[in-house]
Design a protein around this ligand. Structure first.
Ligand SMILES: CCCCCCCCCC(=O)SCCNC(=O)CCNC(=O)[C@H](O)C(C)(C)COP(=O)(O)OP(=O)(O)OC[C@H]1O[C@@H](n2cnc3c(N)ncnc32)[C@H](O)[C@@H]1OP(=O)(O)O
Length: 226
């Protein structure tokens, strides 16, 4: 049995199955995603009358049908960025072509720190006036994973522990910083936090990533599979 078969025959993570798009198309889709983000917040905040809501819903359905006139099965990828990592353009966290991504802008800094800058709008509200804790967990998971990929061993999240110190505000610039603390074979341990303006930590997280066996290069010896 191959490793792909062992993983249930699922090959959707394989980069060779993906469509790779260039900068020009990525920028065009990013522009579209930015407009859809504005639309999403407008839906949440609108006070127009019900006839107008019905008319807009019809127009949005027509726009969706236009995009679906030609569609792929999987999201596209783009070539490596300056940090040497494949760019997952449709990541729900960093993907600028994905309307549900804030998106977080990532920089890999000296000393192995992976820093993200982002602002969340009212769409991400949890407790009134503040960001939903599941949203900050999503951002932290991705940033911890990027830290593992750039400074340790890339893998899937096996554990993710959150500590919510203070409510996270929306509508203001937020920073997230993540770094690897140690690696043990296929396991990478990392820590991260979210900073509000003024530098106050709102959320802390630690995680362990495990590189799945089916992602190891063929011919990897038994000792490295631990
Ligand atoms: C460049 C791109 C960067 C992108 C960043 C992406 C960040 C986003 C990350 C995600 O969202 S990943 C999606 C959420 N996570 C998952 O779906 C993972 C689902 N779980 C699995 O696929 C497997 O359980 C996993 C690959 C994590 C581990 O399976 P294995 O079969 O390889 O583990 P195995 O049982 O051989 O255990 C290996 C070691 O890890 C330990 N381990 C595995 N899972 C654990 C767990 N959950 N808790 C604690 N320890 C765990 C296990 O005890 C053992 O430790 P020891 O070697 O010391 O004995």
């Amino acid at each position: 049995m191959t490793e792909v078969e062992a993983a249930g025959g699922r090959t959707i993570g394989r980069l060779e199955d993906r469509r790779w798009i260039g900068e020009e198309r990525a920028a065009q889709l990013a522009e579209l995603a930015a407009r859809v983000r504005e639309l999403t917040e407008a839906v949440v905040l609108t006070e127009v009358d019900s006839a107008e809501i019905a008319a807009v819903a019809e127009q949005v359905a027509a726009l969706t049908a236009r995009l679906n006139a030609a569609r792929d099965q999987y999201p596209p990828m783009a070539a490596e960025g300056t940090n040497g990592m494949v760019r997952q353009l449709a990541s729900p966290v960093t993907g600028r072509i994905n309307p549900i991504a804030p998106p977080v802008t990532v920089t890999v800094c000296e000393g192995g720190v992976v820093r993200g800058e982002f602002t969340l709008n009212t769409v991400y509200e949890g407790p009134p006036g503040f960001v939903h804790g599941g949203v900050t967990a999503l951002v932290l998971d991705q940033m911890l994973g990027l830290a593992a990929a750039s400074g340790g061993v890339p893998g899937l999240t096996a554990t993710l522990d959150m500590c919510y110190r203070r409510p996270t505000p929306y509508g203001v610039p937020l920073t997230v910083e993540a770094r690897v603390t140690r690696t043990e074979g296929r396991k990478t341990f990392a820590e991260a936090h979210v900073l509000a303006p003024g530098g106050k930590v709102t959320v802390e997280a630690t995680a362990m990533f495990v590189r799945p066996l089916f992602q190891l290069p063929q011919g990897t010896g038994a000792s490295e599979r631990n």
